[in-house]
Design a protein around this ligand. Structure first.
Ligand code: SF4
Length: 493
């Protein structure tokens, strides 16, 4: 039986549950910040993540620090303050075992469908009512909070009052939209109502009103509503990329007029541009999976073995045991014992192959830099073997399953390495191969894979990143391996 699709609300609940259980779960925190009722702009998300990385804090600690950070505008700080209040309430509710309060605090509003309303017939209208309910609760909460501070001598009273008034204007806006004449689109009404509200607002209120993400949310609601738009809208990252968002240009990995890129950056962007944005522009922290930790251990063991001039199998096994313990695998259960046995067997085979092959390994972990157009490419080749007649083979270790050889015609990584070996190291007659360590299988780059083609790929990817084209390209294969499914509005299940 086909699993029913996960709604955005289901994913919000999962994100809040995850972040309450584990405050270091950055992806869950990012989703809760990007979604109603907080709707922190992505540029402010990027700033908070930057604070977390620079000060080595988890996301919750970084959000607390962001309340005093000058790089965050007051509007963003107010949203972060609201998130922290909600988090506190939700954590208290969790402690008191009040799951009803937890759900309410986490999502900002009760989202039950009113009696008789049909989710299928009026999805857009129902969501509009939900937002109206959330904002009216926020307005009431603001009245209490701001009113409590009016008697105090404070420098930011004006700002607080303006935020409260703008929230009230947004409630008026939602009420006008909900009562618009039949047949009038949400976008048309929004333009009229905005003009009237802006005419009545002060300069400060106008600034706050214009930087609010509410309009983007409402417009995406109309786009995705089957009641208003009979064709399904393409999967877009509207929850995290409203059209009025400021540019993410300061967070792109710039180097000179181009970008600093690696083979893995290029492959990530090609597999899904939104995934690239989450990983390399917003730089949402992720915890390595067991498979990734395992891969790191195998790479480290081989690097240390070769750089110490290792010869014997016993040396290789000693290095494995030391790296295994350092990686925190030592007290493992059954799965870890199985992985350990696999690693031992794989390294035994590696050792046997190394000492029977004709080729002579000459460099290990050799680094390169390469300029393609305005972009700076960098990387490191696991091993370079000298073959007879001054030819060289570039070897990249893999601990993942082998890809079918036909797919390697479009390969980026080894093609880029081969180009770098010629242009940066001056080597001629270069070939490349993936060595799948667990399977003791070497898969060579096919002849039709021309390294020169990778130049065009780099230029296309660079242009897409610089133009901030980060639309998702969901697929079962890409999404199943993606660390950002909880944040992503387009994830395939
Ligand atoms: S979950 Fe899928 S669509 Fe979303 S960012 Fe990841 S790979 Fe892209």
């Amino acid at each position: 039986m086909r699993t029913p699709p996960e709604t955005p609300l289901d994913k919000d609940v999962v994100a809040w549950t995850r972040l309450l259980a584990d405050p270091s779960d950055a992806s869950a925190v990012v989703r809760a910040l990007a979604r109603p009722p907080i709707e922190l702009r992505q540029v402010d998300l990027a700033r908070v993540i930057q604070i977390a990385r620079r000060r080595k804090l988890d996301m919750l600690a970084a959000l607390r620090a962001a309340l005093d950070a000058p790089q965050l505008p007051p509007e963003a700080r107010s949203r972060i303050g609201r998130f922290l209040e909600l988090h506190g309430a939700a954590a208290e509710a969790l402690d008191a075992a009040r799951p009803d309060l937890l759900a309410r605090a986490a999502l900002g509003a009760e989202r039950a469908t009113p009696e008789g309303a049909s989710r299928r017939e009026h999805p857009g209208e129902e969501a509009l009512r939900d937002i109206q309910r959330i904002v009216s609760e926020e307005v009431l909460a603001d009245v209490l909070r701001i009113g409590a501070h009016l008697n105090e001598l404070r420098l930011d009273t004006d700002l607080d009052v303006s935020h409260g008034l703008v929230r009230y204007m947004e409630l008026l806006k939602l009420s006008a939209l909900a009562q618009r004449p039949p047949g009038q689109s949400l976008a048309e009404t929004l333009a009229d109502v905005n003009a009237r509200l802006l005419a009545a607002a002060t300069a400060l209120q106008r600034e706050i009103l214009e930087s609010s993400p509410l309009d983007a949310t409402l417009l995406s609601l109309e786009r995705t509503s089957t009641a208003v738009s009979p064709k399904p809208a393409p999967a877009r990252s509207s929850a995290t990329t409203p059209p009025a968002e400021p540019s993410l240009h300061p967070f792109l990995p710039r180097k000179g007029v181009g970008l600093a890129l690696s083979a893995s950056d290029i492959e990530t962007y090609r597999s899904c541009p939104l995934r690239y944005k989450f990983a390399r522009v917003l730089r949402i922290p992720t915890e390595p999976t067991v498979g990734q930790r395992f891969g790191i251990v195998v790479h480290q063991v081989l690097e240390r073995y070769h750089s110490a001039g290792g010869r014997t199998l016993a040396q290789l096994m000693d290095l494995l045991e030391a790296s295994w313990r350092r990686a925190g695998f030592a007290d493992g259960g059954r799965d870890e014992r199985e992985l350990h046995a696999k690693a031992r067997l794989a390294l035994e085979r590696y050792h046997a192959r190394l000492h029977t092959q004709e080729a002579e390994p000459v460099w290990f972990e050799r680094q390169f830099t390469l300029q393609i157009g305005p972009h700076h490419l960098r990387g490191r080749v696991d091993r370079v073997d000298r073959l007879p007649e001054e030819a060289y083979e570039l070897i990249d270790y893999k601990t993942s399953r082998p890809r079918p050889r036909e797919e390697l015609g479009e390969d980026v990584q080894l093609s880029l390495y081969a180009l770098a070996a010629r242009e940066s190291w001056g080597l001629q007659a270069v070939t490349g191969a993936y060595y799948h360590v667990l399977d003791d299988l070497k898969v060579s780059l096919p002849r039709e894979a021309r390294p020169e083609r990778v130049r065009d790929t780099v230029m296309e990817v660079g242009e897409g990143i610089l133009a901030q084209r980060f639309d998702p390209t969901p697929s079962r294969a890409a999404c199943s391996l993606c660390d950002f499914r909880i944040v992503c509005p387009a994830a395939e299940r």
